[in-house]
Each structure stands twice: as structure tokens, then as C-alpha cells.
Design a protein around this ligand. Structure first.
Ligand code: HXC
Length: 259
């Protein structure tokens, strides 16, 4: 897949997506969002892809937010459309993807950048990363799901503090409040994400998707218990359920087909 603002490649069933606008600190302009929408849809459909690692080019920024220069003359309707399109095509599309997404936060994750990381299923941060939602410094609020996903991840009190002060926090503080799963030295960032996906890759793919879907249903007030019951039932119809049980009985490792 050839993109202008992204580098994407598949290696050993992992799709690596690197947002590649290093000079603008990987800020999300319209073109980058459109390319992200495309590659996210591709990840969902492609059987070779068993997990995704999303990161930013360079060592300074993961993503420094939406491209401020692009929306500087927007009116209310344009602002609302910008947020709505982003939610549907990128942020919700990641969260609802059948593939696990890990954000490898290699530097500043601000505004739409932190929102992008929060849409991913797991976050790993480099020890020099800084995270924040600085929108109120621009007279805005987070518009790519940040008010909701930050609240889900860290609770109402800390979310309101981070959003209303606009203060950035360190990776280590982000780990303490549950905003990121792990903090590692920068050189180990991608390998830590690979280590996690390599474990997930050994598990039954449809069960992994069903588990993510059920957890997401819990945090999105989407009838989580009913979703879990339905997804649990569907697992029994899969070939991988039979393989998993047979492998257990035969005392061997399961060889899952994703069917
Ligand atoms: C456009 C950006 C940008 C952004 C950085 N750049 N962030 N361009 N949009 N969000 C550009 C700068 O203009 C500059 O380009 C280059 O990247 C380097 O940035 P500097 O500011 O010179 O670097 P530094 O002094 O080291 O400061 C780093 C920084 C700062 C603290 C990360 O860049 C910053 O505060 N950026 C904005 C962060 C922000 O407010 N994000 C939220 C955006 S609103 P030039 O050409 O001058 O060299 C948002 C809303 C989401 O995300 C919801 C939408 C629906």
C-alpha cells in the first residue's frame, strides 16, 4: 500500500502503520486521516493481518494533534463535520476493528494524537513521551472522542483535570493512572508491542475479536453483558473452538485457523 503520509507494511502477520509527517510532528491533516481510514479498513478485511502497531515517525512525536493550520478558519458546522468524519472513519473504526491495535507512543501524543492512541486497544509509551489534551488552549474541546475515552480510561476526576488544565503528563504518570499499559525505553518500544502481539497471535483470532468487542461494549454503554453472551455463544460455532478443546485433550499446542 503506497501512501503519502503513512508508511505501512506487513511483517509476520503484524501490520505496522507509521504516521509520517515528521516535520509537522505527525499532525493529522485531512489527507492523513483519509489514508488512515483506508489502512484501518484494510487491516479489518485482510486475513494476513493479526494485529496492528500504530506509531509516529521520528522520536519527537507520536502525533501532536489534528492539524491546527487546516481548521483555523472553520465554522461550527465544519468543525462538527470534521469531528464526525474522524469518529466514524478513523477513531471508532480502530476501536471497533476485528484486529487488535497497539499504539506505540514514541513522543508527544497531544489532542487528536492522544485521542488516536486512546482509540487503540492497548497503549505502550516510550519513557520520554508526553501526553495531553491541550484543546482548551485553542478555545476548543477534544473532538475525536477524547472526553469519552479519557474518562473511560482514567475516571472522571482525572479526565476533567487533564482536559481543563490542558497540562501534559509524563509517560510514567500516564502509566500510574492507567492511561498507558507500559512504559519502556524508546529503543524497546516497537519490540514491546511486537512481544504483546506475538502472544495474542497464538490465540484464536475470532475469540480475540469477540473478546475485544465485548470489552468495548462495556465501556460504550452498549449492552455489554448481552454482547458477551452472544459472542460467547458464537465462539462455539468456530472451528478454532473445536481445535482449542482437542488440543487441550490431546496435550498439544493448538493450531488455530481463524475459522
Ligand atoms: C499543525 C503542528 C502541530 C499541529 C506541531 N506542528 N503541532 N502543525 N498542527 N497540531 C508543527 C509546528 O507548527 C511546527 O511547524 C512543527 O510542527 C514543529 O513544532 P514546534 O511547535 O516548532 O515544536 P516545539 O517547539 O518543540 O513544540 C512541540 C509541541 C508544539 C509542544 C508539540 O508543537 C505544540 O504545542 N503543538 C500543538 C499541540 C496541540 O495543540 N494539539 C492539539 C491540536 S487540536 P513549522 O512549520 O512552524 O516548523 C486537536 C483537536 C482534535 O487535536 C479534534 C479535532 C476534531
Amino acid at each position: 500500500m503506497a501512501y503519502q503520509n503513512l508508511i505501512s507494511e506487513i511483517k509476520e502477520n503484524i501490520l505496522y502503520i507509521t504516521i509520517n509527517r515528521e516535520k509537522a510532528l505527525n499532525a493529522l491533516n485531512k489527507d492523513t486521516l483519509a489514508e488512515l481510514a483506508d489502512v484501518i479498513a484494510f487491516a479489518g478485511k485482510n486475513d494476513e493481518v493479526r494485529g496492528v502497531i500504530l506509531t509516529g515517525a521520528g522520536e519527537k512525536a507520536f502525533v501532536a494533534g489534528a492539524d491546527i493550520k487546516e481548521f483555523s478558519d472553520y465554522n461550527g458546522k465544519q468543525g462538527e463535520d470534521l469531528a464526525k468524519r474522524g469518529h466514524e472513519l478513523v477513531f471508532n473504526a480502530i476501536e471497533n476493528s476485528s484486529k487488535p491495535f497497539i499504539a506505540a507512543i514514541n513522543g508527544f501524543a497531544l489532542g487528536g494524537g492522544l485521542e488516536l492512541a486512546m482509540a487503540c486497544h492497548i497503549r505502550i509509551a516510550s519513557d520520554h513521551a508526553k501526553l495531553g489534551l491541550p484543546e482548551v488552549t485553542l478555545g476548543l474541546i477534544p473532538g475525536y472522542g477524547g472526553t469519552q475515552r479519557l474518562t473511560q480510561l482514567v475516571g472522571k476526576g482525572r479526565a476533567i483535570e487533564m482536559i481543563t488544565t490542558a497540562n501534559m503528563i509524563t509517560a510514567s504518570d500516564a502509566e500510574k493512572i492507567g492511561l498507558v499499559n507500559y512504559v519502556v525505553p524508546q529503543p524497546d518500544l516497537i519490540s514491546k508491542a511486537e512481544e504483546m502481539l506475538n502472544v495474542i497471535k497464538k490465540r484464536a483470532p475470532l475469540a480475540v475479536s469477540a473478546a475485544i468487542k465485548s470489552v468495548i461494549a462495556a465501556v460504550n454503554n452498549n449492552n455489554g453483558y448481552a454482547t458477551e453472551i452472544e459472542e460467547f455463544g458464537k465462539c462455539f460455532e468456530t472451528a478454532d473452538f473445536k481445535e482449542g478443546v482437542n488440543a487441550f485433550v490431546e496435550k498439544r499446542k493448538a493450531n488455530f485457523s481463524g475459522k
